[in-house]
Design a protein around this ligand. Structure first.
Ligand code: A2R
Length: 321
């Protein structure tokens, strides 16, 4: 059994990662600025702001973890753009606090640093880990800065930092700030006649690389177990699919035909037409590939919103459904 600290373990990804780690026998402690025991009552919670250097150090010292999954962050591009100062504090100073606390333990800890595909410069081909990093905006910049910080720590015996760059990921319970959850919600509203069969969306021609959050948390554990210290790994499917194609899939799953009206608030200026990742490094080094097909993810997303509207939302634990 390993002792594991998950920062940001109350968030969307954390609500999948924590039970997944527990199901493998790990003893999990969650650090977040507010506790949320409804997600999982068998977890130890530490309410600490990640920006609080001494608080983070105390949690790491008292928990003495073997591994830290550092998820805590301002996690959406929109919130980051509206709150740049907070974003740099949480995403950069927060990462610094975690790295420092981990590497100054008497037995240095292995840390998984969650970065983002957003750090890459756009390119018309699947992005590889050694492609150019040219972040744009506070979210991507803050993630790139945390990556640079991570490189400052050489491998203390047993410890060290590995970085992952997840591409778009989704699954039941994700906020409607994210496009696939927003679409699923609108389909569920159409089904109960809460909305006419017209979806309000941004640019549906853009192509993105989507992975199911349940595959993403498997990737994180696999990288912690078998990844090389100091390395960076993409977490992606390697498949670019347009929002328009995804709409087709949703229409088949729901058995509903919809039209689309463009919401100017959701259209991003200079939206990159295609973003996809190259999955070969993580597949080669740790043997991870996504297993969940997109139609299954979309069905589960839609069912989640259906249940919410029916007032019977289940406690999120995808591994028990
Ligand atoms: O602040 P809380 O209690 O709502 O917890 C959130 C935590 N967090 C913080 N924890 C401590 N001190 C802070 N100042 C602070 N600010 C945020 O980070 C929550 O548990 C987590 C963020 O969850 P979500 O917004 O749902 O993000 P998601 O999608 O789970 O993303 C996880 C990671 C992030 O590093 C993203 O940038 C990356 O994956 O894509």
């Amino acid at each position: 059994m390993s002792r594991v600290l998950v920062t940001g373990g109350t968030g969307f990804v954390g609500s999948y990662l924590v039970p997944y780690l527990q199901s493998g026998g790990d003893d999990v402690t969650v650090l977040a600025s507010r506790s949320n025991p409804t997600i999982n009552s068998s977890v130890h919670y530490c309410e600490v702001d990640i920006r609080h250097t001494a608080g983070v150090r105390a949690v790491v010292r008292d928990t003495a973890p073997d591994f830290i999954y550092h998820l805590a962050a301002i996690s959406t591009i929109g919130t980051a753009a509206a709150n740049p100062e907070l974003t740099y504090e949480v995403n950069v100073l927060g990462a610094y606090n975690v790295f420092e606390a981990a590497m100054n333990q008497s037995s240095p800890v292995r840390v998984l640093n969650i970065s983002s595909s957003q750090v890459y410069a756009s390119a018309a081909k699947p992005l590889k880990e050694d492609d150019l990093v040219v972040p744009s905006g506070p979210y991507a910049s803050s993630k790139a800065m945390a990556e640079v910080l991570a490189t400052q720590y050489s491998e203390p015996a047993g410890g060290g930092i590995i970085t992952v760059r997840p591409f778009n990921h989704t699954g039941p319970g994700q906020s409607e700030d994210f496009v696939l959850s927003a679409i699923a919600k609108q389909f569920a509203e159409i089904e109960i006649s809460r909305r006419k069969p017209t979806l309000s969306l941004g640019n549906i021609q853009v192509q993105r690389d989507f992975t199911d959050v349940r595959d993403v948390v498997r990737a994180y554990k696999a990288v912690v177990a078998g990844g090389t210290l100091g390395e960076v790994y993409n977490v992606c499917s390697g498949i670019a699919i347009s929002i328009e194609e995804i709409l087709e899939l949703f229409q088949q799953i729901a058995g509903v035909e919809v039209s689309v009206e463009v919401d100017p608030n959701r259209v991003r200026e200079n939206d990159v037409p295609t973003i996809s990742g190259d999955v070969s490094k993580i597949a080669r080094d740790v043997g991870w590939r996504p297993q969940i097909e997109l139609p299954k993810t979309l069905t589960d997303l839609l069912n989640h919103w259906r249940l919410r509207f029916a007032g019977t939302e289940k406690t999120l634990n995808a591994f028990c459904t």
